[in-house]
Design a protein around this ligand. Structure first.
Ligand code: LER
Ligand code: MN
Length: 270
């Protein structure tokens, strides 16, 4: 299992992005702390200086694991379930831009908040249909570019659409693309799953990406989640992908980044 760290140029005070500031400076910092990868969160991927990021990664023996796209929703309000077809189209176009960048960086693309919410549960199937249609469109491009896309199960207080592993697996089945993988996040799982180990087992080979944060969204070790047991379940299913730390930058961003890797590396290889 490889360890990655969520970074962004800027993020809200309570957004779970660990390092904020210059992408390249934070890539160097993450590498020095021992991370294998960074997870780049960005609203408009066209604003990224890809060549500089690639050069910095190469020089520092680190890679980009994933591109986080949620700012497309939180900043620009783009989602796959919007009632307005123009917004859905813009959301698709934004993800296609992420896929292009991901191909160059050999990274995966995360679809979390941009899959949207269901504004009227009585019309659940209609909104789910909008999302499936958007996913099918982006997956066709992802397949052509050889890019893996992950759909993240997110807790009920942030969305009412795809909250747990079971719903995620059912949704992936409906989209029907081998390049679409399930993405779990321990913070959300703590709210939604009855038994984290059983849910990880259920995800099995469909699991494509993992976010680690403790029960309070701080770095692992700052809350009450049992990361030894979670890592055991990931080992049991032979998960060999990335674990990206998506935690609040508390008490400071540097300390959150250091404690995340320290506390989990110790559990992987005590
Ligand atoms: C995104 O990965 C996520 O987990 C969301 O909770 C962020 O709002
Ligand atoms: Mn997450």
């Amino acid at each position: 299992m490889k360890l990655s760290l969520a970074i962004a140029k800027e993020a809200g005070e309570n957004a779970p992005i660990v390092l904020r500031g210059s992408y390249t400076e934070n890539i160097v910092i993450a590498s020095k702390m021992g991370y294998d990868a960074v997870e780049i969160h960005v609203n408009d991927p066209k604003t990224l200086d890809i060549e500089k990021i690639q050069k910095t990664c190469k020089e520092n023996n680190i890679v980009v694991s994933t591109i986080g796209t949620g700012m497309g929703y939180t900043i620009d309000g783009l989602s796959f379930t919007d009632s307005d077809s123009n917004i859905r189209q813009k959301a698709v176009e934004r993800i296609l831009e992420h896929i292009k960048v991901a191909k160059v960086l050999d990274a995966m693309v995360i679809i979390g908040s941009m899959r949207g919410k269901v504004p009227n549960v009585e019309e659940y199937e209609k909104y789910e249909g909008y999302s499936i249609y958007c996913f099918k469109t982006v997956m066709e491009h992802a397949e052509n570019h050889g890019v893996i896309v992950t759909v993240e199960a997110i807790n009920r207080y942030e969305t009412n659409f795809i909250n747990n592993v079971n719903q995620g697996l059912e949704f992936i089945e409906k989209v029907g693309s081998g390049n679409l993988k399930l993405h779990i996040d321990t913070f959300h799982m703590n709210i939604e799953e009855k038994d984290l180990k059983e849910s990880i087992k259920m995800a099995g080979t469909t699991l494509g990406h993992v976010h680690f944060a403790d029960s309070n969204r701080w770095y692992p070790g700052a809350g009450h989640l049992d990361f030894a047991s979670i890592l055991g379940a990931l080992k049991d299913i032979k998960y060999d992908g990335y674990i990206a730390f998506e935690c609040l930058p508390f008490p400071t961003q540097t300390e959150a980044a250091k404690k995340s890797i320290e506390n989990i590396k110790y559990l992987i290889a005590p």
